[in-house]
Design a protein around this ligand. Structure first.
Ligand code: NAP
Length: 315
């Protein structure tokens, strides 16, 4: 029986693991993939306080995650690499089922984040890995000197477009409005980048190709007019990188913890409606989703777990 099980090892889960381990709680962190969650698939993080940088720019996200993981390891949280398939969170003994085993604890911190939202148009799923991508750091190199399109207008879309411009011949941001949602400094960098172009008031309605993505239909949101964009015949393909927001990974908890629009509700101490169940990071309903807000959530959740265990609240 663990004191606390943390589900997810992104910034929120790792921060929770650090604080729980340091409080000498018997802690288990379960993660199905690599540490870091969404930052593991971004290029660089320049707004995490204390993040390292040199003349070439900020450290890579990989380096930041590696330092977080190392710091957690120092304080003794146990680690398991497995996928959680079911949770039983009501009652005093929490049960967390994975493919291989069932783990029990007095408290659970839910920190398993969010995943990229799809455009939802015909052809999108057929061309994943054959032109459609949700991860610039994973796939940018495949498009060296090719043309790519980025769908979305938020921080992620514009930052990833900037990253893609280091590889692609031309990057076009397709946005459904005539104004970016992305924050000022990120926006400016994109406007000042010669390789980045914009297709305003536009949505992608169809993706096609013969094996590889080479044709796309784009609809003007003002006039309703549709036009087909074809790959340069010499290229025979182009890339479409989709960054239209994220959806919480909360299916596991449906019917057990209270949610709003599939985001888990937590109070200012990260407590959910269930005693002994806490939430941290992007899966929580909150206004700002940043690495620093995720680590903050994780530390608060962990301190609250320690408090509730010590005060006998979870006995
Ligand atoms: P976001 O802020 O929710 O932006 C999503 C973008 O996709 C918006 O521009 C939205 O258009 C567009 N969109 C949504 N659904 C669409 C659809 N079906 N078709 C076409 N376009 C669609 O998501 P995000 O950029 O991934 O950012 C998520 C959170 O992480 C934010 O809080 C962001 O600030 C944060 N973040 C921060 C940084 C940083 O600080 N460096 C980096 C990355 C992310 P509308 O604008 O018209 O709604």
């Amino acid at each position: 029986m663990y004191d606390v099980i943390i589900i997810g090892a992104g910034p929120a889960g790792l921060a929770a693991g650090l604080y729980c381990g340091r409080s000498r709680l018997n802690t288990l962190i379960i993660e199905k993939a690599a540490d870091g969650g969404q930052i593991a698939i971004t290029d660089e993080i320049e707004n995490y306080p204390g993040g390292l940088a040199n003349e070439e720019g900020p450290e890579s996200s990989k380096e930041l995650v590696a330092r977080m993981t190392q710091q957690v390891a120092r304080f003794g949280a146990e680690r398991v690499s497995d996928e959680v398939t079911k949770v039983e969170l009501e009652g005093k003994v929490k049960k967390v089922h994975t493919f291989n085993k069932v783990y029990e604890s007095k408290a659970v911190i839910i920190a398993n984040g969010a995943h990229p939202r799809e455009i939802g148009c015909p052809g999108e799923r057929d061309f994943v890995g054959r032109g459609v991508s949700y991860c610039a750091t994973c796939d940018a190199a495949f498009f060296e000197d090719f043309e790519v399109f980025v769908v979305g207008g938020g921080d992620t879309a514009v930052e990833e477009a900037l990253y893609l411009s280091k590889f692609a011949r031309k990057v076009t941001i397709i946005h459904r409005r005539d104004e970016l949602r992305a924050t000022g400094s990120i926006r400016e960098r994109a406007f000042n980048n010669d390789k980045i172009h914009f297709m305003w008031n536009s949505v992608v309605t169809n993706l096609e190709g013969d094996g590889l993505l080479s044709r796309m239909t784009v609809k003007d949101t003002q006039t309703g007019e549709e036009r087909v964009v074809e790959a340069d015949p010499e290229d025979g393909l182009f890339g479409v990188f989709v960054f239209v927001g994220f959806l919480p990974n909360s299916e596991l908890y449906q019917g057990q913890v209270e949610m709003d629009n599939n985001y888990i509700l937590g109070d200012e101490r990260m407590r959910t409606n269930l005693k002994g169940v806490y939430v941290a990071g992007d899966i929580r309903k909150k206004p700002f989703r940043q690495v620093v807000t995720a680590t903050s959530d994780g530390s608060i959740a962990a301190m609250q777990v320690e408090h509730d265990l010590a005060s006998g609240e979870l006995d």
